[in-house]
Write a protein that binds this ligand. Structure first.
Ligand code: PLP
Length: 429
């Protein structure tokens, strides 16, 4: 049997990425990934945002190898460890302190979904309320609570019925919705006969990843802050995908001046693809009793070690600038695509190193993605119908390699455009 037949026979039907890219991968370095036959791919997927600093970054690898060589403790539950002490002290020193964020750190189970569950539970416990507002096209994970606040019907239906008390609101820009929708919602929530149960929390991604690279404006985020405070609801920012540098700075909301009550982090927190999640809790809301949100894998010391090593990047002021340089390359590329392929490319999406192009139909995006894969690019689509090509390269990708990958994407679009039909005019993002 070849490897595809082995996976077909032994692995569950649930597998997905490997269906479109069935190669057998063996090595990876920076933004390059090689299969067992030596074919090189340029990584425009970054482990779905869990490898923002690329594969096997020497600084992170060196820290991990040293730790392993010294027989550093591995999983340590929530015992005090040197690895955790160092990470927490440095996270405070490098990221929280300079931003005047007073938040405490809770290490949840190691997936993003577990962190979201913890946030929802804590908001419900603190407020004594059960209702939660979430948004169209949101994605928060695959466990029950996280699915309940997720938009995708496909994702939700296998677990239905989900949590009760979820109010769905239009995200910024959804069908033209803006601040006035939040104002209207606020009036309804304040009206004893408005039909809205008292809210425990509002949970939101400042940039929606899976939902289509939708970017909330600063004004909208500030309005959300205002509304959640007046309603006595906790404001939860799910920064699992948009955080850890993806949009240009460590937190996706750094530019907004908004301070959320709870912040979910995971994916690239460890920087090395090692599972790790952290809920940041503004101290007044830290009402957990000991062991109330437990989990075996809350003490992955290897992840603490590499996460601490990522802070060296953030200490260096030039790091943010270097992300901006790459973001500019991506922005220019999306603009060129819109200009040159108006028949199939209709809109620029996203921000920073979390950007892409919306195509006229999902079939166009699928065609482009498939041609791109054939030319050696690891890439995926997002959006409610998979109509958006999502460029998710490491935020520190070598600029020449980035150019080469974008050139291959353009060639794929060119080919797809030749096969497609002229469509509607592009819409400015
Ligand atoms: N929240 C957001 C914004 C995500 O993008 C994801 C995963 O893509 C999750 C939560 C869930 O994280 P995980 O897959 O690690 O459970």
């Amino acid at each position: 049997m070849n490897h595809e037949q082995v996976f077909e026979a032994l692995e569950s039907n649930v597998r997905s990425y490997c269906r479109e890219t069935p190669n057998l991968f063996s090595r990876a370095k920076g933004a390059s990934v090689w299969d067992n036959e030596g074919k090189e791919f340029i990584d425009f997927l970054s482990g779905c945002g869990s490898l923002n600093y690329g594969h096997n970054h020497p600084v992170l690898k060196g820290a991990l190898i040293d730790y392993l060589a010294n027989d550093g403790i591995g999983n340590a539950l929530d015992f005090h460890t040197e690895a955790k002490l160092k990470f927490m002290s440095r996270f405070e020193e490098v990221l929280l302190g300079p931003r005047h964020l007073p938040h405490r750190m809770q290490f949840t189970g190691p997936t993003g979904a577990n962190c979201v569950e913890a946030a929802l539970k804590l908001a419900r416990k603190f407020t004594g309320r059960f209702a939660v507002a979430s948004f169209t096209n949101a994605f928060h994970g695959m466990s029950t609570g996280a699915l309940s606040v997720t938009g995708s019907r496909l994702a939700r239906e296998s677990m239905a019925p989900l949590l009760q008390g979820i109010t769905r609101l239009p995200y910024d820009g959804y069908c033209g919705a803006g601040l006035e929708v939040l104002d209207r919602f606020y009036e309804m929530a304040m009206d004893p006969s408005g039909g809205i149960d008292p809210l425990a929390a509002i949970i939101v991604e400042t940039v929606q990843g899976e939902g289509g690279l939708n970017v909330a404006s600063v004004g909208w985020l500030r309005k959300l802050r205002e509304i959640s405070s007046s309603l006595g609801a906790l404001l939860i920012f799910d920064d699992i995908q948009a955080g850890c540098g993806r949009t240009g700075n460590f937190f996706s909301f750094d530019h907004s001046g908004v301070v959320p009550d709870l912040i979910c982090l995971s994916k690239s927190l460890s920087g090395y693809g090692l599972p790790m999640s952290m809920l940041l809790i503004s101290p007044e809301f830290d009402v957990w009793r000991p062991a109330e949100h437990n989990g075996t894998f809350r003490g992955n010391s290897f992840a603490f070690v590499t996460a601490e090593a990522t802070l060296r990047f953030w200490e260096d002021k030039s790091f943010v600038k270097s992300i901006a340089v790459r973001s500019k390359l991506l922005d220019t590329w999306t603009r060129d695509v819109l200009l040159n392929y108006p028949g199939i490319a209709v809109r620029r999406k996203g921000v920073g190193m979390m950007a892409g192009v919306e195509f006229r139909t999902a079939a166009h995006a699928q065609g482009v993605a498939s041609l791109a894969r054939q030319s050696g690019i690891l890439i995926e689509r997002c959006g409610p119908r998979g109509e958006i090509l999502k460029v998710f390269a490491p935020i520190n990708i070598d600029c020449a390699l980035f150019d080469e990958g974008l050139r291959r994407l353009t060639a794929a679009i060119e080919k797809a455009a030749e096969m497609g039909s002229p469509g509607r005019r592009p819409v400015a993002a």
